[in-house]
Each structure stands twice: as structure tokens, then as C-alpha cells.
Design a protein around this ligand. Structure first.
Ligand code: KIV
Ligand code: ZN
Length: 499
């Protein structure tokens, strides 16, 4: 038990303080259910006195959560504490989290007070909260910038008053890891009754070191970590739950801490938080970002395909993903292309792979990412275009609101190049007319459909057309990053089928 780390999740309180992240009661309940499933020990569900809506949410969360402690935040004010006690009435295991600023900056400019008065208010708040619940956590706000001697005196006194957990927040994200670790160590050495409480760390990410600070807190004696899913929270956010948990998990060869977290629920929880709160996860975010298990360069792809561990320290299945991702880009090599093609059912000889790879690189230079649909296109295109009677060699169009849409096409018909220009209602109509002029034939368009075949603004457009010549009708399709080229390809495909 000495190395058991309690996970205090404050996604629904500090996380909800992210701009735009406001949650209603049913959203808080839905997320609380998932946090319980994830295995957090404490859910800080809100700040009950802040609004009637938040009060209701804490009541609702208290009613449904059964396997973890539900906590409500208060200031060191009697009304806040009474309100929290009421909101937590239905909780199986309620906790009141009360506290006050402890740095001289806060004491002087926020409270316009002095150390002695602040100390008394802290003690009084804990004593009062103790009248309602046995589990009282005290936070020493802005402990990161506070004088360690005064901080330790306060911690000692609030533990005497009944605090069972003492939270040492780096409220402004000011400390460096070594420094923050030393602060926790100082408390363990200078607070005589520290064995009567659990030390908690609550770090903000203003300098991007919240996870490191939290870990250094743990290495120096903290046994509770205050975290949020996806690292959301005030300003630059709080410590990310997923980073701390996966650091402890991944380096269990070196560390020996345990938590109750079911790591396989991490990805799902992250997605739920992101969607419900409307806060996207940055692609390169550790553990849960879209690129966290993606490999894009040829050397890395080849290495990962030989053995995942070559470039991955975490098995993606550990966080609830099914596999790593091989992203095909212009930097990818043949090994990755072969792997992707095999996954979608194409088994290629080395020669064929070499020729597809050339086409692949041309397409990858136009598009940022090559998707499976693009690969189908590459494979289909290679097989078909070689034995077509009419082939598109070149197409150039002019369009816009001040021009007559005009298109010039060059076709190869039975191996001979022919060129013609046409005009029309738009660039596609002009292209179809140019093709007809080039062939010396008239075709009636019977069907026309455009679809985005892949994702993104550089998506491949897929065009389907139906054409009629006398009694004969046929259908064709074309795919290209340029919609007009795709339309011309579809038209030529259908015309080829007629003749
Ligand atoms: O950052 C902070 O100090 C807090 C406290 C209210 C715990 O969020
Ligand atoms: Zn905070």
C-alpha cells in the first residue's frame, strides 16, 4: 500500500474551468460514469456554491457514483462548506475540498490580509468541514510560490484540525520539477504529523512541466495526484491523467507505483471528454493524440513493421486502441506501401510494387496523406488505363465569374494525339464539349454525380457519369484530386465503354 497512488480526477471541476467547456448535469453524469469505469479514486464533481446548475450536477453525480469518492470544492467560507455538504448528501463516500491561498502574493493582494489571519481561516475551515464529513482535503492555494516554512506550519495545523489529505497545488504552474519535488520533500521532513494525512499534488501546466512536477511530487512522497483527462483546465491546463498514468505504467521497470486505473479505458474517456466538452485534442498530444501511435517516415515505418518496439514504448492496446497506425505520405517507403496494400487485399510482386510506388509518390506529392481509397484508385488506375482506346493526355480549363468557361483537351485515340477546345456553362460542361469535338461525336450526358472519395480539403473527387450515343448508354467513373480532371476521366471512361 505504501506505493499506491490515489488518482483524484478534477476534469469536472478544474477541467470544466477551461474556456467554453461548461457542462450540464447530464453531461457531468455521463462523464462521471466513465471516470468511475476508468478507475479513478476521487471525482471532483464541481464547485457547488458557484451556481445552482453546478450544485445540481454534484447531487446527480453523488447519486450515481458508487465506486469512488465524490468531492466538492469550497473556499474557506462557511456558506461554501455548508453548500458542499448539502450537495454531497447522497454520496456513498463524500469529500469536502476546502482551502485558501498561502503564498504572500495571494495573502497580500487577493485577501489583503496577513499570514496569521489566513492561518486561522484555514484551520477554521477544516474544523467546520469536519462537522459534516470525515474526509476533508485541504488545499494550500499557490503553494508553488509559497514560503516552505509557512506552508509547512499551515499543513501541520490543518492536519491537527482534521484534514485527511493535504493538497500542495502549483496553482500558477511556476515551479520546476526538481524544485517542486524538493517542496514536497521539505513538507515530509518538516511537518511532524504528516503521517496522519496523504500529500496530494495539483500542478498547472503554464510552463509545460505539469506532468514532470506531478511525478517529482510522487517521487518525493506525494501519494495522490490531481489530474484531468486530456490535461484540460484553467489557462494552459492541469496535469494530464493519461500522461501520469502511462508514465507510471510504462516505466514500471524503474518505478513501482500502483493505481486503480484501467488503462484500456483511457482512449475512450479522452474521446468522450473531448467530444462532450467540445475541446479537440491536439494531434501530437502524448498518449491520446491522433499521431501518438502513427508512423509516417519510411525509416520508422520499416522499423515498426519489423517489430513494433523499434519505435513504440507503449503498446497502443494498453490505452484502448486496436493498433498503431502507418500513415502513408510522400516520406513513406515501399515496406509501408506493401503493408497497406496487403491489408486491403493486394498481394504484389516486387516489380509491380516498384511501378505502383512511382505512381504512389506522384499522388503523395499532391496529397498530404494517402488513404486506403487512394490505394484502390492507384491499383485500379494502373490495371485499366493501359488498354483503353481513348486516353486523356492533357486538360486545361479556364473558369470564373468573368470568363466564358473554356477547356482544352488532348486525347490519345488509338495511339494518336488529338486536341480540341470547347466552351460550356461551366468548366466541366466545357471539358465534355471539348472531348466530343476532339472525337467528332456527340454524347448526351444522362447522369452526373460527384463524391469526395477521401477525407480533407485535398480529398480525391470521384465523379460518375452516364453518357448516351444513339441507343447505346454506358457509365464511367474517374477519380482525381482535381474535380474537373476526375469528370473528364469519367466521361472518357464511359465513352470508351460505348465504343
Ligand atoms: O489550482 C489550484 O490551486 C486549484 C485549487 C482550488 C485546488 O485548483
Ligand atoms: Zn487548479
Amino acid at each position: 500500500m505504501k506505493n499506491k497512488i490515489f488518482v483524484f480526477d478534477t476534469t469536472l471541476r478544474d477541467g470544466e474551468q477551461s474556456p467554453g467547456a461548461k457542462l450540464n448535469t447530464s453531461q457531468k453524469v455521463e462523464l462521471a460514469r466513465q471516470l468511475e469505469k476508468l478507475g479513478v479514486d476521487i471525482i471532483e464533481a464541481g464547485f457547488p456554491i458557484s451556481s445552482p446548475g453546478d450544485f445540481e450536477s454534484i447531487v446527480a453525480v453523488s447519486k450515481i457514483v458508487r465506486n469512488c469518492t465524490v468531492c466538492g470544492l469550497t473556499r474557506a467560507i462557511k456558506e461554501d462548506i455548508e453548500c458542499a455538504a448539502k450537495a454531497l448528501k447522497y454520496a456513498q463516500s463524500p469529500r469536502i475540498h476546502t482551502g485558501i491561498g498561502v503564498s504572500d502574493v495571494h495573502i497580500k493582494y487577493k485577501f489583503k490580509s496577513n499570514r496569521k489571519d489566513i492561518l486561522e481561516r484555514a484551520i477554521e475551515a477544516v474544523r467546520y468541514a469536519k462537522k459534516f464529513v470525515s474526509d476533508v482535503e485541504f488545499y494550500a492555494e499557490d503553494a508553488g510560490r509559497a514560503d516552505n516554512k509557512f506552508l509547512s506550519e499551515m499543513i501541520m495545523k490543518v492536519i491537527t484540525a482534521g484534514a485527511t489529505v493535504v493538497n500542495i497545488p502549483d496553482t500558477t504552474g511556476y515551479c520546476f520539477p526538481e524544485e517542486f519535488g524538493q517542496k514536497i520533500k521539505y513538507i515530509t521532513k518538516n511537518v511532524p504529523n504528516i503521517d496522519k494525512a496523504i500529500i496530494s499534488v495539483h500542478c498547472h501546466n503554464d510552463l509545460g512541466v505539469a506532468t514532470a512536477n506531478t511525478l517529482f511530487g510522487v517521487f518525493n512522497g506525494a501519494r495522490q495526484v490531481e489530474v484531468t483527462m486530456n490535461g484540460i483546465g484553467e489557462r494552459a491546463g492541469n496535469t494530464s491523467l493519461e500522461e501520469v498514468i502511462m508514465a507510471l505504467y510504462t516505466r514500471r521497470d524503474y518505478l513501482s507505483y500502483t493505481t486503480r486505473i484501467k488503462t484500456g479505458e483511457i482512449y475512450k474517456t479522452s474521446q468522450m471528454v473531448s467530444q462532450i466538452m467540445g475541446i479537440p485534442v491536439q494531434p501530437n498530444k502524448a498518449i491520446i493524440g491522433a499521431n501518438a501511435f502513427s508512423h509516417s517516415s519510411g525509416i520508422h515505418q520499416d522499423g515498426v513493421l519489423k517489430r513494433r518496439e523499434n519505435y513504440e514504448i507503449i503498446d497502443p492496446r494498453a490505452v484502448g486502441l486496436t493498433s498503431s497506425k502507418i500513415i502513408l505520405t510522400a516520406r513513406s517507403g515501399r515496406a509501408a506501401l506493401r503493408h497497406k496494400l496487403e491489408k486491403i487485399g493486394f498481394d504484389l510482386t516486387q516489380d509491380k510494387l516498384n511501378s505502383v510506388y512511382k505512381e504512389f509518390l506522384k499522388l503523395a506529392d499532391i496529397k498530404k496523406e494517402i488513404y486506403d481509397e487512394d490505394l484502390y484508385y492507384l491499383m485500379g488506375q494502373k490495371d485499366e488505363t493501359n488498354h483503353k482506346k481513348i486516353k486523356l493526355v492533357l486538360i486545361q480549363t479556364i473558369s470564373g465569374n468573368k470568363n466564358i468557361p473554356t477547356s482544352t483537351v488532348r486525347l490519345s485515340v488509338d495511339g494518336k494525339n488529338k486536341e480540341a477546345t470547347g466552351t460550356g456553362d461551366g468548366p466541366i460542361d466545357a471539358s465534355f464539349n471539348a472531348i466530343d469535338t476532339c472525337l467528332g461525336q456527340n454524347h448526351k450526358l444522362t447522369q452526373f454525380l460527384i463524391q469526395a472519395a477521401t477525407i480533407g480539403s485535398n480529398a480525391m473527387a470521384k465523379v460518375y457519369v452516364g453518357v448516351q450515343n444513339g441507343k447505346k448508354e454506358s457509365f464511367g467513373s474517374g477519380i482525381h484530386t482535381d474535380t474537373i480532371v476526375a469528370a473528364a476521366m469519367a466521361y472518357i471512361d464511359a465513352v470508351n465503354k460505348i465504343h
